[in-house]
Design a protein around this ligand. Sequence first.
Ligand code: FPP
Length: 220
Amino acid sequence: MHLAIIMDGNGRWAKKRGLKRIEGHKKGAEVVKEITTYCADNPDIEILTLYAFSTENWKRPKMEVEFLMKLLDNWLKKELDTYIKNDVKFETIGDISKFSDKLKKRISHTKEVTKNNKKLTQILALNYGARDEITRAVKKLIETKEEITEENIQKNLDISRDVDLLIRTSGEIRLSNFLLWQIAYAEMFFTKSFWPDFTSKELEAIINDFKKRERRFGGI
Ligand code: FPP
């Protein structure tokens, strides 16, 4: 299955503890490792897509944006071993052309080294927005003079595979421009836990609940 997660609540987690927002992101990165390792060991999960940086996140204070970029760079460097050990392939969606050359190199290196890994594909959504993704897909079709059909649009998205299960942490009940096309038939779970408090145990409980839901895809 394709599991997608909106990792929300890092800032509020930190504030609740009297810490700076960036401390929440640091703890959030540790949770990314725990959840990725769990998903690699769960044969039901083939793809894990995580919303790490949205097209709207550039509006945050410059210091926080710079921190998130640096955190990502350090994290990919530090966790390359985790990707290799757990047989996880790393991919991204979103428009990373605006990122620094250093970070772009780190991203392409991580992709290259992990490209043959099989147990799980972990996709980070970076400078990602679903409207931007759909717009880019349609532009590509116009450039290549292909017919505008659902199938052709889907093929030209950053990720074509439909989402089966979408989770958002932190109690907010909204989608925030994440994978709008791909969630057409997804089951959704919203948990009150802030992302830094989210655990593989909670994920497992959600997956068990998901398995009990009857999915009809518009049929009866
Ligand atoms: C949402 O919390 C989180 C983000 C915008 C960034 C997600 C980043 C991480 C989980 C850590 C880094 C990730 C990797 C892959 C190394 P928020 O800041 O919107 O929290 P708030 O809504 O409480 O303010």
